[in-house]
Design a binder for this molecule. Structure first.
Ligand SMILES: N[C@@H](CCC(=O)N[C@@H](CS)C(=O)NCC(=O)O)C(=O)O
Length: 225
């Protein structure tokens, strides 16, 4: 049975290219596992969506009898038995996957949601004072500094490219999109190296095509066609 990846039916421009279905698409493109994409309404959350994902978020994967949410758990499930989660390096890859999601992503999201609130207050609520945003930025930069040191001159977080790199690069791309990665040249190279992968490029192209098709569907509904 083909695996189904769920993402939102439509979203405005600003999160496109960063919605977390992208990291799942990337793993699926790396492993070559066939999949189809289905959608859940972004607004309002539907009971069907909440039955699959109790927090009303995406991504969700339905793989046979298994329904799975949380992108980290999905990456581990899809990486299982592949070179993206090698048995010989499993513990280290898991450690870096957790670091990506629980340490780096947490501080990045804390900062970036405040930055986005300055541009999209209707969506993110009123922005906090500059001093609060600056504090969050410094906290995030301390994490990025430490990550850059840990990566050192290595190409990837473990011996080879793994699901931990997919998660970490997806988080760093958010920092880059807000112009805050340039102070960390080794992290810039790391992101560039990962982005050169064909699997990433296919995943991104499909992700963006999904939103274009969603725009067309929405326009057709609005004009009653
Ligand atoms: N920890 C979750 C976070 C999922 C998440 O925040 N997804 C966003 C889209 S990228 C979402 O669904 N946001 C809508 C919401 O939180 O209501 C994961 O990694 O899967």
């Amino acid at each position: 049975m083909t695996l189904t990846l769920y993402t939102f039916d439509w979203l405005p421009e600003f999160p496109r290219g960063f919605v977390r279905d992208l990291r799942v698409r990337w793993v699926l493109e790396e492993t070559g596992q066939p999949y189809t994409v289905d959608t859940v309404p972004a607004y309002p959350k539907s009971p069907g969506h909440l039955a699959l994902q109790p927090f009303g978020q995406v991504p969700i994967v339905v793989d046979g009898d298994l329904t799975l949410f949380e992108s980290g758990a999905i990456l581990m499930h899809l990486g299982e038995g592949t070179a993206l989660l090698p048995a010989s390096d499993r513990t280290k890859v898991t450690q870096w996957l957790f670091a990506a999601l629980n340490t780096v992503e947490m501080s990045v999201m804390h900062w970036v949601t405040m930055v986005l609130a300055t541009r999209f207050p209707d969506f993110f609520g009123p922005p906090p004072e500059d001093v609060v945003i600056e504090h969050a930025r410094r906290e995030m930069e301390a994490k990025l500094e430490a990550l850059q040191m840990a990566l050192g001159g290595e190409a990837w977080l473990a011996d080879k490219f793994t699901i931990a790199d997919i998660a970490m690069v997806e988080v760093l791309r958010v920092v880059e999109s807000e112009g805050a990665l340039a102070r960390f040249p080794q992290l810039v190279s790391y992101v560039d190296r990962a982005r050169e992968r064909q699997a990433f490029q296919r995943a991104m192209a499909d992700h963006m095509q999904h939103w274009r098709a969603a725009d067309s569907r929405k326009a057709a509904t609005e004009t009653g066609r």
